[in-house]
Design a protein. Structure first.
Length: 213
């Protein structure tokens, strides 16, 4: 029976020498998924623009999945048999790494990180901006589908609060100066309508998700 499964990119960037440290927590029974992080103790030759891009993607993935990692986009990973059975992917391409965190949280998997280094060589097949935007779009989709109440409800409440505040300013202005401020009034109505729709969208999708869970 398989005791551990290791994934690494096929472009030669990952060092196979780190495989023993990657699988050790799985073999020892301390973790179900181990991620090789490029941002822990070992320094990697990572371009600056990649670091900031990875930080943004990792922040959003951590926020949505509620699993905290330092390198959510690392493709160097080890899995236990429990994790292999639990991870059933809906995403394709490079956003699979982010989806793993969402699935790990849903399956109550134990997740750890170990430090690894990486070697960048040659030009990437896909531009960093296009790659980053593609992953970002997938992360937003993951958050909206898995925690719709947060994704739609929180912005909706913020818009509703600003709309009501703007509406109170319009009322105060009319009572004080006798003038009706059309622009702020329209903004208030728009914010209240969009905010209310967003909140109810989150509630409806959350109910549907809970029903089919």
């Amino acid at each position: 029976r398989c005791r551990a499964l290791v994934l690494l990119d096929g472009d030669g960037q990952h060092e196979p020498a780190y495989i023993p440290s990657l699988v050790k927590p799985v073999l020892d029974g301390d973790a179900d998924m181990v991620v090789g992080s490029r941002f822990l103790k070992i320094k990697s030759s990572i371009p600056g623009y990649r670091i900031w891009g990875h930080r943004l993607l990792t922040f959003l993935t951590n926020l949505g999945s509620r699993v905290k990692l330092t390198d959510s986009q690392s493709g160097f990973r080890a899995f236990s048999p429990k994790a292999i059975e639990a991870l059933s992917f809906a995403e394709e391409g490079l956003s699979v790494e982010s989806e793993m965190q969402f699935l790990a949280n849903e399956a109550n998997l134990r997740v750890m990180e170990v430090p690894v280094s990486i070697r960048y060589h040659g030009a990437a097949k896909r531009g960093p901006v296009a790659h980053g935007m593609g992953v970002l779009n997938s992360i937003i989709g993951l958050i909206s589908r898995r925690i719709p109440l947060f994704f739609f409800g929180v912005p909706g409440l913020v818009m509703l609060a600003f709309g009501l505040r703007e509406g109170l300013r319009v009322v105060e202005g009319y009572n004080t100066y006798g003038d009706f401020w059309l622009g702020p009034a329209l903004i208030s109505v728009l914010l209240c309508i969009v905010g209310t729709l967003s909140v109810f969208t989150g509630l409806i999708l959350h109910t549907i998700k809970s029903f089919f869970k």
